[in-house]
Design a protein around this ligand. Structure first.
Ligand code: IPE
Ligand code: IPE
Ligand code: MG
Length: 249
């Protein structure tokens, strides 16, 4: 089975109405929530503050979101912390963001070409938390979905060129396994703050059948209530994966 089928088969039934007053804990909590944390700059601008202040408050919102995810029983939380395209921003803002980076556990994105101190920080963060068993926090850093797919395709192409892999063996699992996210289930739910209705090159392959919840709040204002509301919205959705409704009779 592929990731989407695995999720479809593994998800507990949320009942004929699809939404009930049951506490979240006994409903099908999404195993993997991925967040596009957007709006730090606008949050600061609205208060006449420098953008870096928005990023600082954004780090607090990340801590809150991690706690909420643990409370709610989410197993994987991915946060989009810095995109490949974010290098287009002024050097000072990039430096501010690097300084605030508080990463743990699993980092996806391009490592090659990063400065030695940042690459070292990322390695150390993964190494130090390797034996932790709770929530896996996946930090997408210097990450672009298309870039990730290209790296994976090159890896597979090399294996074919070296005679280690047959072209026919390149299936969904083979490509998934060559991505940075190997071993991590596809996101069930993608949350984007600040109202923008786009993916911005986030988890391009992995989100093929994710549910999207777009909320108006700027990221620094995203709190536990907002997290729970997004999960409530997710529970009202009917995930069909191209098949027929599991909810309508
Ligand atoms: C998200 O907030 C943080 C990063 C992209 C690194 P932004 O910095 O994009 O804030 P806005 O979208 O300009 O308000
Ligand atoms: C997406 O936000 C990237 C991150 C949240 C790290 P952006 O603010 O960079 O996205 P666009 O430019 O609005 O698409
Ligand atoms: Mg933005």
């Amino acid at each position: 089975v592929n990731g989407a089928e695995a999720v479809a088969q593994g998800a507990p039934d949320s009942g004929p109405t699809g939404f009930s007053a049951k506490p979240l804990a006994v409903q099908a909590v999404p195993a993997h929530v991925a967040i596009i944390m957007d709006g730090n700059g606008r949050w600061a601008a609205g208060r006449g503050l420098p953008r870096v202040e928005g990023h600082r408050r954004g780090v607090e919102a990340v801590r809150r979101a991690v706690r909420s995810a643990i409370d709610l029983g989410v197993r994987y939380l991915t946060i989009y912390s810095f995109s490949s395209e974010n290098w287009r921003r002024p050097a000072a803002e990039v430096a501010d963001l690097m300084g605030l980076l508080n990463v743990r556990v699993r980092i996806i994105g391009e490592r090659a070409g990063l400065s030695a101190d940042i690459a070292g920080l990322l390695d150390e963060a993964e190494e130090r938390t390797r034996s932790n068993t709770g929530l896996t926090l996946v930090v997408a850093f210097n990450y672009g979905g298309r870039q990730e797919i290209l790296r994976a395709v090159r890896r597979l192409a090399s294996a074919v060129a070296e005679g280690r892999l047959a072209p026919e063996a390149i299936d969904f699992d083979a490509l998934s396994g060559a991505l940075d996210t190997t071993g991590i289930p596809d996101p069930d739910l993608v949350i984007r703050t600040s109202g923008e209705q786009r993916l911005s090159n986030f988890l391009t392959w992995q989100t093929a059948y994710a549910e999207y919840v777009i909320v108006p709040e700027f990221w620094p204002d995203f709190d536990d209530d907002a997290f729970r509301a997004a999960l409530d919205e997710y529970h009202r959705r009917d995930r069909r994966f191209g098949g027929l409704s599991g909810k309508a009779g």
